[in-house]
Design a protein around this ligand. Structure first.
Ligand SMILES: [Zn+2]
Length: 508
């Protein structure tokens, strides 16, 4: 007893001079609009924590989801109180508030979407308790956070190449949800195994029906919707252009009538069988993805026709009528069609001194007429891959918006471009933001692109890592947590690179 008294006196004396805790402020992605930290107060994430999940909608489902994730990520099952929020509590659909103090964790949101964002924030804050050899529980500073996205449609365009293992795609999907994107446009590069048209794409493609259904389910649970893409015009080779591959014709030359001769880059739009096949593939893909609210039809970088029938026809009309047919079909399915923009701008307009100087314009002289002929239900994804424009202006976005289209700005991995385009989209009322990754979703591009895009889509700008940037990125730990969630045991699926050293070495 006497020893205990002495100990208590010593502890109390120590607390006069120094705090027991000094938490490092976590580098959250995206950074919340409002955050207040008490770094000297420790909150234990354990069974004694009173957790309240308060929403207007999805009351029981939101509490159950949150409890399930606490158990899965932290191994704890505290009591969860599900509350229906009072009439005065106003939250936008994806807005959330999250606060932690010793003994209490409170989540507030309009519904399940906001609760999922709150959990992904919590995941980035909690750390393993200090001391000991093995993990004994989780701790975090006391805090209050409130946040909401600045752009309603926040997407990642993700390509699935034959070389990519399923685990890499699953990791990318989970990372997009973790960073609070709400859509992923998944483009098939010959890997989809159509059941209706098994000749379409590579015979060993990894994107099977069973795999897609599993990924759609994971994405929905994590809070992001998978949107399929089918290239209905150019890019019909489903292969990077310089490779010379054609994912269909290399092994199934008997299907050549469906594509333009001399390479098969475009579908043959004057062939009714090709149009029917495109539609059947699109419907099969949309059903396979669970009929999401969007469908991306590609349409970038088409070539002029090389077949005698398409050349003799009004090629713009062939293309425009196909887009209309698809838009009408998807309209009956409650979905909107998305397409790339470049065939809808006159190539000459990209020249020096022209109205879209420096932008990507691949259309012919009648591009404006073509644009005007498209249904306004089409959302136009305007890709621009450069760094931030010196004048801060994106006239192509304004052009499509003025024409009455939902317009989505689509940067690539250039950080300043990502930030500037998201800012322009926010400030000029554009419909959305879709960061593209193409063949670059590997290596250091992964954290760089995803961190910059997440911050930009939620209204900020990624400041860069606070610690030594050559050895540190907050994304490293986030990616590792995702590997734990996936139950990954394959070394190649950890980190951002498959290998750290060439797999074979040679000399001569
Ligand atoms: Zn043709």
């Amino acid at each position: 007893m006497r020893n205990n008294v002495v100990f208590a006196v010593l502890v109390s004396a120590a607390s006069l001079f120094a705090a027991e805790w000094d938490f490092y402020e976590p580098e959250l992605a995206p950074a919340p609009k409002e955050a207040a930290w008490k770094k000297d107060v420790c909150v234990r994430l354990d069974e004694t924590l009173a957790v309240t999940v308060e929403t207007r909608d999805d009351v029981d489902a939101a509490a159950a989801w949150f409890g399930g994730k606490l158990k899965a990520a932290f191994g704890v099952a505290p009591k969860i109180k599900a509350l229906r929020s009072a009439g005065g509590a106003k939250f936008d659909p994806e807005e959330y508030a999250l606060s932690a103090q010793p003994g209490a964790l409170v989540v507030k949101a309009a519904g399940l979407a906001g609760v999922k964002h709150a959990f992904h924030t919590l995941r980035q804050i909690a750390i393993v308790d200090r001391g000991g050899v093995m993990s004994r529980g989780w701790i975090m500073p006391a805090f209050e956070i409130r946040d909401k996205p600045s752009i309603a449609f926040r997407g990642v365009h993700l390509c699935w190449f034959p070389e990519q293992r399923v685990a890499r795609i699953e990791g990318a999907i989970r990372l997009a949800a973790y960073y609070k994107f709400n859509y992923i446009v998944l483009e098939n590069w010959g890997v989809w195994r159509s059941e209706k048209h098994p000749w379409f794409g590579w015979p060993d493609g990894k994107m099977t029906s069973a795999e897609v259904k599993r990924l759609v389910k994971i994405a929905a649970d994590e809070g992001v919707t998978l949107v399929p893409q089918l290239n209905v015009f150019g890019h019909a080779s489903l292969s990077r252009v310089r490779t010379g591959n054609h994912a269909t014709l290399d092994f199934a030359p008997e299907y050549a009538p469906l594509f333009e001769p001399y390479g098969g880059w475009n579908w043959c739009l004057s062939n009714p069988a090709a149009r029917r096949t495109i539609k059947e593939l699109a419907i099969e893909l949309h059903d396979l993805f669970g009929r999401p609210p969007y469908f991306h039809i590609g349409c970038d970088e088409g070539c002029p026709p090389t077949c005698p029938k398409c050349r003799a026809a009004d090629y713009n009309q062939l293309f425009s009528s196909l887009v209309k047919e698809l838009a009408d079909e998807f309209d009956t399915r409650g979905a909107g069609v998305m397409m790339w923009h470049d065939m809808l701008l006159k190539r000459a307009d990209a020249n020096e001194g022209a109205r879209f100087e420096g932008f990507y314009c691949n259309g012919d002289e009648r591009a404006e007429q073509l644009l005007d002929s498209l249904p306004r239900s089409v959302a136009i994804c305007d890709w621009y891959y450069g760094s931030a424009r010196k004048d801060g202006k994106y006239p192509t976005l304004d052009y499509f918006k003025a024409k009455g289209f939902r317009t989505i700005t689509s940067p690539a991995c250039e950080p300043s471009g990502i930030t500037a385009q998201a800012k322009y989209a926010r400030e000029h009322g554009m419909f959305g933001f879709l960061v593209t990754t193409w063949a670059g979703f590997h290596g250091r591009n992964v954290p760089a692109t995803m961190l910059n895009a997440a911050h930009a889509a939620w209204g900020g700008a990624y400041p860069g890592p606070k610690l030594h940037q050559d050895i540190y990125s907050p994304c490293n730990e986030h990616w590792r947590q995702i590997g734990w969630d996936m139950g990954n045991t394959d070394r190649r699926n950890t980190g951002f690179f498959d290998e750290q050293f060439p797999s074979t070495t040679v000399t001569w």
